[in-house]
Design a protein around this ligand. Structure first.
Ligand SMILES: Nc1ncnc2c1ncn2[C@@H]1O[C@H](COP(=O)(O)OP(=O)(O)OP(=O)(O)O)[C@@H](O)[C@H]1O
Ligand SMILES: [Mg+2]
Length: 165
């Protein structure tokens, strides 16, 4: 298991986004990204950077009240930006994350994934889904520690490590 860590400023966030976009472009599967971290730790900000790199033209608005916002990608694929912060029950979750979402080469980004981890881990344990988790921690006012956990390999990015691994 590989472990690296990266302390990330806003300016570095494009590198993390670029890793994720590369993963999305390389796979034929549906890519699900669980975004895990406290209030204000940078989940939506990373989604915005990913959307920018995928040439999404619409503004990314935090889906806290709407729960699921959809953005068109190439080839009729859809980026779903979901926020589970206000969701109470698995029944509600079941109505939001339907089979209709888990199809084609969609990209599904889920803030507050950890509120329903065990349910979602089971839901996404299927051959046509690649699941990746990104953990955010505050590190002072202007930095975050970001850790990507990807198929039993932990890729944490090192400070000053520009190797783009
Ligand atoms: N890597 C970073 N380094 C420094 N500041 C950051 C970083 N990422 C985000 N921020 C700043 O942190 C603030 C909160 O970010 P954001 O809204 O993305 O958090 P969030 O995790 O989505 O919060 P919530 O749980 O409320 O949805 C913003 O002002 C943003 O500019
Ligand atoms: Mg957010």
């Amino acid at each position: 298991m590989k472990v690296n860590s990266k302390i990330v400023t806003l300016e570095d966030l494009n590198k993390i986004a670029s890793k994720i976009v590369q993963t999305y472009n390389k796979t034929n599967k549906i890519l699900v990204i669980g975004l895990i971290g406290d209030l204000g730790s940078g989940k939506t900000t990373l989604v915005k950077e990913i959307a920018k790199q995928l040439n999404v033209n619409q503004p990314i608005i935090s889906p806290t009240f709407i729960i699921d916002r959809e953005y068109k990608l190439k080839n009729n694929n859809i980026m779903h930006h979901i926020d589970l912060y206000r969701l109470e029950t698995e029944t509600e979750l079941n109505e939001i994350i339907t089979e209709g979402l888990i199809q084609n080469h969609n990209l599904i980004l889920i803030e507050w994934y950890d509120r329903f981890s065990s349910y979602l881990d089971k839901l996404f344990d299927r051959n046509d889904v690649k699941l990746l988790k990104v953990y955010f921690e505050h590190y002072g006012e202007f930095e975050r520690v970001i850790k990507i956990v990807y198929e039993n390999t932990i890729i944490k990015h090192k400070p000053n490590d520009n190797s783009n691994q």
